[in-house]
Ligand binder design. Sequence first.
Ligand SMILES: [Zn+2]
Length: 299
Amino acid sequence: MIAIVHHPAYVAPAPARSTYRWNKNGLIRDLLIAEGARVAWHTPEPMPRAWLEAVHDPDYVAEVLEARVPAMKTRRIGFPVTPAVAARAAVVPGGTWLAAHLALRHGFAANTAGGSHHALADTGAGYCVFNDLALAAVRLVEEGTVDRLAVVDCDVHQGDGTAALLAGRPGIATYSIHADKNFPARKARSTLDVGLADGLGDEAYLATLEDTLAPFLAEYRPQLILYQAGVDPFAGDRLGRLSLTLDGLVRRERLVARLARGVPLASTVGGGYGDDALEIARRHVTAILTLGEAMIPAR
Ligand SMILES: [Zn+2]
């Protein structure tokens, strides 16, 4: 069985004037429900305010939780933070933290949201409000669950917020492989950044991933991997600049699972953009099921 983390608040109603498509998480949930007994469901709690403030500026945490984010930050995020969006923002990092604990127990677990890797200390950005990856990473080390963990980010956009928030944190290493010319224009510095040329296809992408992620993991020897499994490197993605096929994405997840070499891995959804929300959700669910098959030994 694949441990899946989901909360009803993930499926927030779309705020007015939103360019972000909001039905993705509900469709991911529905596609996973259709998998029946293959999936075991877990419900997270909202992340406590003190944990949020361990990574984000307390003033920004208050702005979000009280749904009074200033206009400039709202523009950077890309949608208004309504009370429903605020509730979602607090529960998604709780979901990534829970998925990490489930991964330590079962080898793999997936949060059906998260991967909000652009959020910074004092503002959200790029459709991200709170940085669930950084929040979970810091909490897991601070509470003594693990001494060393790695955030591995395969979204087509650089994990700039994660890199900035986790820089210098003991026991935490960050890896990002992304289209170099894509958003964000100004990159942060991860422990290891792999910037790719536009239009890269399956073979070159997978070879570069293996050549860079294998030594990264060998050097940092994490006890846990938090994975940003964005499917926006897909050729048809509205915001991607790479040319992976669906088969390439499946092979990517198998490769990440193989390179993890038995280290528990918790995945988050990350980016995936296009007009057909069901197709996007299918890509995310394919990634989750592929990881689950590859990481959890058959019995
Ligand atoms: Zn992305």
